[in-house]
Write a protein that binds this ligand. Structure first.
Ligand code: VG1
Ligand code: CO
Length: 542
């Protein structure tokens, strides 16, 4: 029943910021998915007889790869797989299932916020037994295996019916099809004051949740409408579709503009939110106010005690380096540690496992806590709701009060997408070469205090990760950060992160791009964005 199939290595299977992401036709090449899955198994040790979780975000090609992964898990000696019904498991739900059932690890099929469909993106990532994304050591080892692979193992079995919950046997392995929502919903119920939230909705509080035809639909329907009594219709675009209805399931101000417009309109609901392809990101928009992800993590941390799951306080806060310093001020006030990590959730795992950080966040709309080992879109939405219910104030009031207390970190990210790879590399190389000369230089009337290529020293295991983004810090605390994306699938994406702190309360209502105009111009002066990329404008501003 078990076959060993000869194969040839592909040279391009290096995992990026979050797993391996490629266009569907790339994944459809002969043995492409099999090679990568086998390489994951080959990089792991000691899973014989153990359990593997398998699920995905429902995008095009999900079902096919789930069948391959099941047959390969059986052939490689796993004792059991737990598969989300319909092939569905959001990234945070998969993390929870891994942790709750103490499984060996999990395979999540997703390209997250990237578009889906026959010519769009697909992805595969592995999460370890702590529920978190494979650490760099493991992704590096997987990549090494992909370069030398000569065969993979697969069981000859009929396709498993993944649409019916229950347990079957396949090639000696147990296959359990699980309800993808139940465990996760129960976890949320244990963290938040569901009675208070039910009261909130009963009192007429209106909310809009946009699942963007991606994985959070079934989770949001169950939690918000069924369990919390939010009116039917609160959740929109809640049916997961293989092509996300032709849209980018990226909850930002470009791809969720309809939600933004609604929330700024005259008849706006009280609270609006959206999540991405695999359910780990969140977009938060109050009536008449967009909350930047960097601000959101700071505000959630400052108010977390209001939710039952965090009433004992926080151990520490961790944020990715490009994320604004808003959370730093909260940590300082709470008297707890603040950790600055490279981009990507895998770097938070050790801090969470060691109980050094409780809440983590990234500027890219990722927020989460120690309840799982991934960022968690619906969790952030529920924590916001819990805070709104406990404080009895509007989102706008909470934001204004936060800025009045801590000051405001004006913040924006400019993305230059699908730049020719050579040109993007040239920009970064040139910038790196002149880092030593930047301190002391004056640009647009601002003096550069320091400049470096960020390297992270993990305080838990001592590992070092270099070249994690170039940061230029100005006197007074403003900064610009440059890095290349590790999740794109065509060309290179240059990300420029711009931040300025404003303590003066009378200047907290400026337009963000206007407030950052000098720094935006300085970023171009320093890095030659326009001349290198040929682009006069970013493709996406968030
Ligand atoms: C982006 C974000 C990063 C996030 C990653 C995965 O990575 O910047 O903060 O962790 O996506 O998010 P990059 O390398 O493209 O900048 V998800 O929701 O796409 O898994
Ligand atoms: Co995601």
């Amino acid at each position: 029943m078990i076959r060993t199939v000869p194969t040839k290595p592909y040279s391009d299977q290096k995992p990026g910021t979050s797993g391996l992401r490629k266009k569907v036709p790339v994944f459809q090449q002969e043995h492409y998915a099999e090679n990568f899955i086998q390489s994951i198994f080959d990089a792991l040790d000691g899973f014989k007889g153990k359990t593997l979780v398998i699920g995905g975000d429902g995008r095009f090609y999900n079902r096919e790869v789930i069948q391959k992964a099941i047959a390969m898990a059986a052939a490689n000696g796993f004792g059991k797989v737990m598969v989300g019904q319909g092939g569905i498991l959001s990234t945070p739900a998969a993390s929870h299932v891994i942790r709750k059932y103490k499984t060996f690890g999990g395979i999540i099929l997703s390209a997250s916020h990237n578009p889906g469909g026959p010519h769009e993106d697909f992805g595969i990532k592995y999460n370890a037994g702590n529920g978190g994304p494979a650490p760099e050591k493991l992704t590096d080892a997987t990549f090494e295996k992909t370069r030398a692979i000569s065969s993979f193992k697969i069981a000859d079995i009929d396709p498993i019916d993944i649409d019916t919950t229950g347990t079957v046997k396949a090639a000696g392995m147990t296959v359990e099809i699980i309800d993808p929502v139940a465990d996760y919903a129960e976890l949320m119920e244990s963290l938040f004051d569901f009675d208070a939230l039910r009261k909130l909705f009963k009192s007429g509080f209106r909310m809009r949740f946009d699942a963007m035809h991606a994985v959070t639909g079934p989770y949001a329907k169950e939690i918000l409408e069924n369990r919390l009594g939010a009116p039917i219709g609160t959740c929109r675009n809640f049916k997961p579709l293989p092509d996300f209805g032709g849209h980018h399931p990226d909850p930002n101000l470009v791809h969720a503009k309809h939600l933004y417009d609604e929330m700024m309109g005259p008849d706006a609901p009280d609270f609006g939110a959206a999540s991405d392809g695999d359910g780990d990101r969140n977009l938060i928009i109050g009536k008449g106010i967009f909350v930047t992800p960097s601000d959101s993590v700071a505000m959630l941390a400052a108010n977390a005690r209001l939710a039952p799951g965090y009433k004992g306080g926080l151990k520490g806060i961790a944020r990715s380096m490009p994320t604004s310093g808003a959370a730093d001020r909260v940590a300082e006030k709470l008297g707890i540690a603040l950790y600055e990590t490279p981009t990507g959730w895998k770097f938070f795992g050790n801090l969470l496992d060691a109980d050094m950080a409780t809440i983590c966040g990234e500027e890219s709309a990722g927020t989460g806590s120690n309840h799982v080992r991934e960022k968690d879109g619906l969790w952030a939405v529920l924590l916001w709701l819990n805070i709104l219910a406990a404080r009895g104030e509007s989102c706008k009031q909470i934001v204004a009060e936060h800025w009045a207390t801590y000051g405001r970190n004006y913040y924006s990210r400019h993305d230059y997408e699908e730049v020719e790879s050579d040109r993007a590399t040239a920009l970064v190389d040139e910038l790196r070469a002149k880092l030593g000369a930047l301190p002391g230089a004056s640009v647009r009337g601002m003096t550069i205090a320091s400049a470096d290529d960020f390297a992270y020293h993990d305080p838990v295991d001592g590992s070092i990760s270099e070249h994690q983004g170039i940061r230029v810090l100005f006197e007074g605390g403003s900064r610009v950060v440059f890095r290349l994306s590790g999740t794109g699938t065509s060309g290179a994406t240059l990300r420029v992160y711009i931040e300025r702190y404003e303590s003066d309360k009378s200047r907290h209502d400026l337009d963000t791009q206007a407030a950052l105009a000098d720094l935006i111009a300085a970023a171009d002066d320093i890095a030659g964005i326009h001349s290198h990329t040929g682009r006069a404008e970013p493709s996406v501003i968030t």
